[in-house]
Design a protein. Structure first.
Ligand code: AMP
Length: 197
């Protein structure tokens, strides 16, 4: 199964993706995670991406398209994957279509977690508090200033993906404000519906 999870930062994409990973045995391909790993490892890509990421802005399409194309070829993605955080712009969505069709693959569904934006800053603060309480370190971009920039980036560049995938007939919307388990159930229902169509 090949899926995209769409939604603003803090919508719960990561949590839901983890559950889908366990249920379907397919990997979650998060461009944010891949980029953070590159930053940590101080690779060439990591060095180019760090300042942009810390400021809450988008890394270039050229970089993310390349890392996704390579990651999709890894053996663990042979039976499918969940894309989290990619595509983030309509040009990236078009590039993804080309990347997949070049490999003879296609998407099964695009799931959008629809959320009330005013709740998102609170969710981010909760995530930071939980991470710190568990002895971890908060993400460099999980602070109110960067987070708000990420929301603006989302509104301007990523929100149009909803209309794009509605146009291709692949979009399924789920209420991301519902309790976590209900969101999971709604996603599973949407996936069954997609499989039948
Ligand atoms: P995320 O973990 O998905 O919130 O991503 C964290 C940061 O990584 C974003 O704020 C961007 O700077 C960068 N990033 C992740 N995915 C993409 C993407 N598809 N296109 C451009 N930048 C991205």
């Amino acid at each position: 199964m090949r899926l995209i999870l769409l939604g603003p930062p803090g919508a719960g994409k990561g949590t839901q993706a983890q559950r889908l990973v366990e249920k379907y045995g397919i990997p979650q391909l998060s461009t944010g995670d891949m980029l953070r790993a590159a930053v940590k490892a101080e690779t060439e890509i990591g060095k180019r991406a760090k300042a942009v990421m810390d400021a809450g802005q988008l890394v270039s399409d050229e970089i993310v398209n390349q890392i996704v194309s390579e990651r999709v070829d890894a053996p663990d993605a042979a039976n499918g994957f969940i894309l989290d955080g990619f595509p983030r712009t309509v040009p990236q969505a078009k590039a993804l279509g080309e990347i997949l069709s070049g490999k003879g693959l296609k998407l099964d569904a695009v799931i959008e977690l629809a959320v009330d934006e005013s709740a998102l800053v609170k969710r981010m603060e909760k995530r930071v508090a939980e991470t710190v309480a568990a002895g971890g370190q908060a993400r460099a971009d999980d602070n109110p200033e960067s987070f708000k920039k990420r929301l603006v980036e989302f509104r301007e560049k990523t929100a149009p993906l909803s209309a794009y995938y509605a146009g291709t007939g692949e979009l399924k919307k789920v209420d991301g404000m519902a309790p976590v388990d209900e969101v999971t159930e709604a996603i599973e229902a949407a996936l069954m519906q997609a499989a039948e169509s």
